[in-house]
Design a binder for this molecule. Sequence first.
Ligand code: SF4
Length: 445
Amino acid sequence: MKVLLISTYELGRQPVHVASPASALLDAGHAVRAIDISVEPWDPADADWADAVAISTPMHTAMRLAHNVAESIKQRRPELPVAAYGLYAGAALDLGDRAPFDRAIVGEYETALVDWLDDRSTEPALSVHLDRGGFRLPIRTILPPLDRYARLAIGGHKLLVGAVEASHGCLHMCRHCPIPAVYGGRLRVVDVETVLADIDQQVAAGARHITFGDPDFLNGPAHSLRIVRGMHARHPDLTFDCTVKVEHILRYRDLWEEFAASGCLFVVSAFETMNDRILELLDKGHTGEEAAIAVHLLRDFGIDIRPSWLPFTPWTTRADIESMFRFIGTHDLVESTDPVQMGIRLLIPLGSLMLELRELEPHIGRYEPDALSYPWSSEDPEVDLLAKTLVEIAEAGVSSGRPTVDTFLEQWVAVVEGTDFASPPNAIPQGATEARPKLTESWFC
Ligand code: SF4
């Protein structure tokens, strides 16, 4: 069969969620083409070649874009089978008869995709798979080259970045996260040699830095350490970043010295908020104070930390937003924080563990299939307006190319305006901002 694999968005990375199933489908004897519409133009005529289309949906933004792509395919060729696969594929059929998908494969999709194409599948239209093992070396030659994707900005240079995943799923059950709703606290690891071979091929293609895209790189610390050691032995000059929760940064403090010596430049960590009650409602497993300890622990080893935030939840107050800005300012995190993060609102998709919370009931409305989420409103309507203001300031800052620190200060002023909160400082000491490593693309879940 001729199969077209489509990626709509994978956080500015060359999409492993296309390269990996491409390998399984080629092994099964199918012909495969791939399009990544985050960096290539999309023309529905591209699907004319195919006998079937499968669209990768690893996150909410990707799923929303996938809907539009699938609709454009179905308008042109209504009979062409179209599947959504990946973490968010469960939302593909939310529109019922109006859904432009024939099949939704959630979780570990490779075997299920092959079965679907071989017409051997006895699964219903929507199925969840948590198979273990069997990962092949991703086929990356069918994708645009690495220079089309986000780069590592460091010390005035912009270096090519490769991306791998050493594991899928997560052992934790944070309520706001889409992963536990599918994996239920399970982890699926990709074998060490496959990950290292994937790193090798990306280094050969020019990568100077690797992003470990695992939901949490220290869910399996021994596995991750084997990979870091293998990678450093093969490519001593290669640097890397990974995502690790605060709890793991502190619990595995003995690892950081070796990670730093092996090229770890920065760690992304989901701080979310400084409000400990909200952290508890989200079941994050850390407090605001522990987030501060994590910042200094990593810095002691020369590793930068890039916090991610979930500022706006139904229980957020203006005081919470002000304390988040103050925390970022006083811990010298301005250059390590994307202003766009300051306006992020809690996303509640179908099946979210947030729906178990009694505290959510007064705030939540009926599910909106077109938005792929439940609407909610804040206890304080002024706080909802503040979220919009912070997003507008961030967008204006990005489009005008202003320095991050100026955008951040303007947002901070908007937070304290008309209140008794102290004004932000006139200038924030930025430290060696030029040397702060970061990727050149802000991401959106
Ligand atoms: S937020 Fe992070 S640690 Fe929590 S469940 Fe999701 S991936 Fe796991």
